[in-house]
Design a protein around this ligand. Structure first.
Ligand code: ADE
Ligand code: ZN
Length: 329
């Protein structure tokens, strides 16, 4: 099946995690930073497990040293998304990396990202929006700083707040203050949960943080009552099968819970997470879903419409996206 031409929406894409290794190497060379251990012999990112992935991710992010670097990255990512037929994407951006946790530096970085996103859009690229994310293993205090930075820049470009990083660090309730702060600022809320932890962690995340969307939530399928709750409450899942398989959270495509969750009435969407790390892109995700579960054009259109309805953008932007989907039907 030719999936490239289908219109797509990504709701779960880490900006730093979307940096091609070539750009990371170029920025490292320009700044004389040695991150050679982050790469394998063929020049790709090198990691053996999730802990290794987080280390390499942070090494790669360390070469992004100012607003101009983030603008360059945004332009490259926007071009890759356009190539994949992505019409709208929400990018996770961590104030911890982007501005080093300093709110005024964050504001400057975000302005540069926004400008690059608008330039790309004006040249026919996708509509891009930002979701500020707290890094879970950076702790509760850092999450408060991230939330305050996000709240101070909540506007039409920055539309959400989320939680990523090592799920085994801390408890969901540790991040409740940050989520309340972001909610108060009108930001849409999402949290990684159930990628590495069990169903109880998903329940705790829902109770403590009250997000509209969850990243991954793979373990929900182990508990039918939780699946029913997700379906009944309209919690939208940002699923990233290629990422889960590359990191070993799921053994193979046939074992991925996306089809079973969808059949159980849960709102599922498809994203790439950190595409150059996992050797994936949106077309590849769609192709593998077609090959594994027999999903076809109507299934992909339904998934994309679910994503449009779950996007954190304003109503006018959502109407534009839905119209584009209709016109490309
Ligand atoms: N940050 C970037 N990718 C991530 C993932 N898959 N899980 C948690 N944190 C992340
Ligand atoms: Zn993620």
């Amino acid at each position: 099946m030719e999936t490239r031409r289908l219109p797509k929406i990504e709701l779960h894409l880490h900006l730093e995690g979307a940096m091609p290794p070539g750009l990371a190497r170029a920025l490292a060379a320009e700044k004389r930073i040695d991150i050679s251990r982050a790469f394998d012999a063929s020049g790709g990112y090198a990691f053996a497990d999730f802990a290794g992935f987080l280390r390499v991710y942070e090494a790669a992010a360390s070469v992004l040293r100012g607003p101009d670097d983030y603008a360059r990255l945004t332009a490259v990512v926007a071009a890759d998304l356009a190539e994949q037929g992505v019409i709208y994407a929400e990018m996770f951006i961590a104030p911890e990396f982007c501005g080093g946790g300093d709110p005024s530096a964050w504001r400057e970085h975000l302005a540069a990202i926004r400008e690059a996103a608008e330039t790309a859009q004006a040249q026919g690229g996708p509509i891009l929006r930002g979701i500020a994310t707290a890094v879970r293993h950076a702790g509760r205090a850092a999450s408060r700083v991230a939330a305050q930075a996000a709240a101070g820049t909540a506007e039409d470009f920055l539309v959400g707040f989320g939680l990523a990083g090592d799920e085994t660090a801390g408890r969901p309730a540790d991040f409740a203050w940050a989520f309340d702060c972001a909610r108060e600022a009108g930001l849409g809320l999402t949290a990684h949960a159930g990628e590495w932890s069990g169903p109880q962690a998903i329940r705790d995340t829902l109770a403590a943080l009250r997000p509209a969307r969850l990243g991954h939530a793979l373990s929900a399928l182990r508990e039918p009552a939780l699946v029913d709750t997700l379906a009944a409450d309209g919690i939208v899942l940002e699923l990233c099968p290629g990422s889960n398989i590359a990191l070993g959270a799921v053994a193979c495509w046939a074992d991925h819970p996306i089809a079973a969750l969808r059949d159980a009435g849960v709102a599922v969407t498809v994203s790439t997470d950190d595409p150059p790390f996992f050797g994936t892109d949106m077309s590849r995700e769609f192709t593998r879903l077609h090959d594994t579960f027999g999903w076809d054009e109507p299934d992909f259109r339904a998934i994309t419409e679910t994503a449009a309805r779950a996007a954190f953008c304003d109503a006018a932007t959502r109407a534009r996206i839905l119209k584009t989907l209709e016109e490309t039907g």
